[in-house]
Design a protein around this ligand. Sequence first.
Ligand code: AMP
Length: 502
Amino acid sequence: MNLPLITRAQEHNEKIAIIVPRGSANATTVGVFTYRDLLYTSSQIATSLLENADDLHEQRVAFLIPAGFEYVATQWGIWRAGGIAVPLCVSHPRPELEYVITNSGASIIVAHPNFEDILRSLAEEKNLRFILTSETLPSNVKNLPDVDITRRALILYTSGTTGKPKGVVTTHQNIQAQVTSLINAWEWTSSDRILHVLPLHHIHGIVNVLSCALWAGAECHMLSKFDAEVVWNRISHGDLTLFMAVPTIYVKLIAAWENASKERQKSMSAGCAKMRLMVSGSAALPVQVLEKWQSISGHFLLERYGMTEIGMALSNCLHGERLPGYVGQPLPQVEVRLVDESGELVPPGTPGEIQVKGATVFGEYWQNPQATAKAFQDGWFRTGDLAVVENDNYRILGRMSVDIIKTGGYKVSALEIEEVLRTHPDIQECAVVGVADIEWGERVCAALVLESSQTLTLESLRSWAKERLAVYKVPTQILIVEELPRNAMGKVTKPIVVELFC
Ligand code: AMP
């Protein structure tokens, strides 16, 4: 029995699956690959991975390949050979790659020639099999093993803003549930064409964009990295139906739109108008960004909430009213509850931890039973995120660890304060954190990136903010910085911001 993803691809055979620019990202010629190409090349890769074996039996295969056809064919090849795919991050330095390879216990490394220098020596040191994607693939394809959907498929390392990254293990069944939930909610069809600009070692790029597109029989147009000008060029063609990105990308696209000539702005906006859906997620979408994006694209971004461990859990509706600052309701196949510190359900209007249950939820952190046990409460996954339900819609208040600040006994949301600070005319970006304080428990502190050639004193900010926020939410200390510290996913690393104040 083939995996359902493979059986479905066989139905789409001659249809285009992947389109990539040839040569530079701005190239006018493209490489076009059908579902048949994907099926054939992945079976060749599976054959090569298997060597003399019949089944990889969940051996981990780490792979480092830029976004494009080879990445997808390798991922499918690993799955078809019965292995677990461990995608590595193209921008990670050696120690981070080594950590993932060692922690996952990978026995094979597959690398694009661009990464040969860094990975061949690692493979030799650890006595691992090393395969370059440029090697000739076998022309005699083997009979591939039956892979049951209950088997492990993928290990993704969580972004690591807290402690050492943990390997989140998902089965084929988990991924299938994550994909079909989104296909139903966002009405993916084989007529869709999506532009893929996201990292491919993270759930957003792997599941929400790539796997959904290929499950639906749609076209996935892949760029090897995000470049605002290139993305706008593609959007301006007017042939895409879907776009999904993190808020930082929307901010960069807005800046590029603002710098463009009037004529170009028109064609950029016209390209957006041709799309049926634009989605934001993986971090809180500032209302200001949502509004600005709406004014230039005509799209009220659909914001959704999810996590590596659970896939997507909450989403604004595809049709009907979306509320700015809210992430809507539970997606199909996902159960969500909000609980207080003692595990009791909280009523609407009261903040609680988001806990999630369902077929989309992962089974374990790789070889870390203690962390796995700690992550669940009565069969519910504890996200560590706080939310509140208002008007039947969930509003994310932030992570329980850093974005929720306890000051003088008040529980306040850093995201909420940031949202207000961003409306200050002199503030371009900001990060609010709680800094330990004997008297208050924690003090509200803000790192600020100012608009060019502006200055701001604490006193003037406080008197401005007091008119907009309860006094206990107003920052008691500010720090003007050139830029905010961010991780590989572009998320602000709050623990590092906290250190700036210590
Ligand atoms: P990751 O596993 O890297 O996708 O990170 C998941 C975390 O990102 C969640 O636990 C949230 O803290 C955050 N997150 C994801 N989507 C949103 C959203 N729409 N609003 C606020 N935070 C979000």
